[in-house]
Design a protein around this ligand. Sequence first.
Ligand SMILES: [Zn+2]
Length: 241
Amino acid sequence: MTLSDLEKKRYLRQLTVRDWDQEKLKSAKVLIMGLGGLGSASALYLTAAGVGKLRLCDGDRVERSDLNRQILYFEESVGKFKVDEAKKRLASLNPHVEIATVKEFIDSQNAGELTRGCDLIVDGLDNIESRFMLNEQSVKMQIPYVYGAVQGWEGFVGLFHPPRTACLACILRQDVQRPDIISIPGVLPGTIGILQATEVIKFIMGVEQNLVNRLLIYDSRNLTFDIVETEKNPNCPYCAV
Ligand SMILES: [Zn+2]
């Protein structure tokens, strides 16, 4: 796969970065599941960076209360489908990226179809049930899964690639209670989504050190980044063999 002259001009500032491989990025297919605050940030940067193919998946429409953090959308996007608005914005940012959209929420029926053929999954979801469905596909199809989540001032990023690493279910319980009102400072999913995009790009290019077997915990209130090691749970109902 070769780059056109236009692409070489567009990516000029990153082509000379140590260990950068633009052609590998161009040949990658990435699924972004959920186009909210996390997905907005990761989709914009993955598009700008030149990931070859993006599959955007979300069944939701834009609400006014999304606009504090979902930076893919504008005032006039309110009421429209997120994937349609996202595709329009991303296509105008970088026409060299092929963008496919799916106007669906993940469920046990469509999970396999949504993830099929992707090299990598980006988690832009907002609930644990959907994340566990995504994790199940990651385990089943051995697709690397870049986890991201936010709550209050805290954010989390991880990279799971079972069977060689733990899966999400090894470190999280499915029965955590979800608060009625989700409180998020708008800037936080931006930070976490960009960290997810960074890990996606590095993973595609084979750049170490990455978040495999590690979970990053960002406390934006106290401005601390902590990394904890993650271990496979030998009794995990999803990935234990
Ligand atoms: Zn597991």
